[in-house]
Ligand binder design. Structure first.
Ligand SMILES: [Zn+2]
Length: 184
C-alpha cells in the first residue's frame, strides 16, 4: 500500500514552536517524515512518500495542490503531521483528526492506539473534523485522510516524550504499525 505523508504547514509559515528546542511544527515534522521513511524499511508492504505544502498565497489552493499530488502518486492513505500547542502548558495528550469516513476512522483509531502505546500520553481521542481548522486536509483528497497531533509542543510532558531520537523513531514506527493495522 502507498502511504503519503504530508508535512503540516510550510517553509514560510511553519506553525507552532516548541519552546524547549525552538523547533517549529514544520521543522520537527520534516524530521519525523524522514524517520518514517527510514523505519519503513521494516515494513516492506508499505511504500512511503513525503509531500510538502507550498505557500502560494491561498490556503485552499495550497492544500488542494498537495493532496492532488498525493492522489496522482496513487496514495491509498494520507497522513498530515502536526503537533498541538496551547497557551496553558497543562494541556497535554494525543489526538487524531478524521474526516469521519469509514476508512479514515479505521486509520485514525489505529493511530490513536499505536501512538498512545508509543508515547504514553493522555488519550484525547479521535475527532471528526468536517469544518474548521484542518478539515480541508481531511476532505479534499480522494484517499482516506487523517491529521495527527501526537503531543502538545507547549506541554513539558509532551516535550519530554518526544525530544530524544529513540522516542521520535518509536513514534515513526507506531505510525507505520497503525498503517499496517488499518490497511494490510
Ligand atoms: Zn499544525
Amino acid at each position: 500500500m502507498k502511504l503519503a505523508i504530508v508535512v503540516g504547514h510550510n517553509a514560510r509559515a511553519q506553525g507552532a514552536v516548541r519552546p524547549d528546542t525552538g523547533e517549529t511544527e514544520f521543522a520537527w515534522n520534516s524530521r519525523l517524515a524522514k524517520l518514517i521513511e527510514e523505519e519503513a524499511r521494516l515494513f516492506p508492504q508499505i511504500e512511503v512518500q513525503t509531500f510538502f505544502r507550498e505557500y502560494c498565497g491561498s490556503y485552499r489552493r495550497e492544500i488542494a495542490t498537495v493532496y492532488e499530488k498525493a492522489d496522482d502518486w496513487g496514495a491509498d492513505a494520507t497522513n498530515e503531521l502536526h503537533f498541538n500547542s496551547h497557551s496553558n502548558e497543562a494541556a497535554t495528550g494525543t489526538e487524531v483528526l478524521s474526516s469521519g469516513s469509514a476508512s479514515s476512522m479505521r486509520y485514525a483509531t489505529a493511530l490513536q492506539n499505536r501512538m498512545g502505546d508509543a508515547l504514553g500520553l493522555k488519550d484525547r481521542g479521535v475527532k471528526i473534523r468536517r469544518s474548521g481548522r484542518g478539515s480541508e486536509s481531511l476532505m479534499c483528497g480522494r484517499a482516506p485522510a487523517v491529521l495527527i497531533e501526537p503531543f502538545f509542543g507547549s506541554s513539558p510532558q509532551g516535550q519530554a516524550k518526544t525530544d530524544e531520537e529513540h522516542e521520535q523513531r518509536a513514534l515513526a514506527r507506531s505510525i507505520l504499525q497503525a498503517t499496517q493495522d488499518a490497511f494490510l
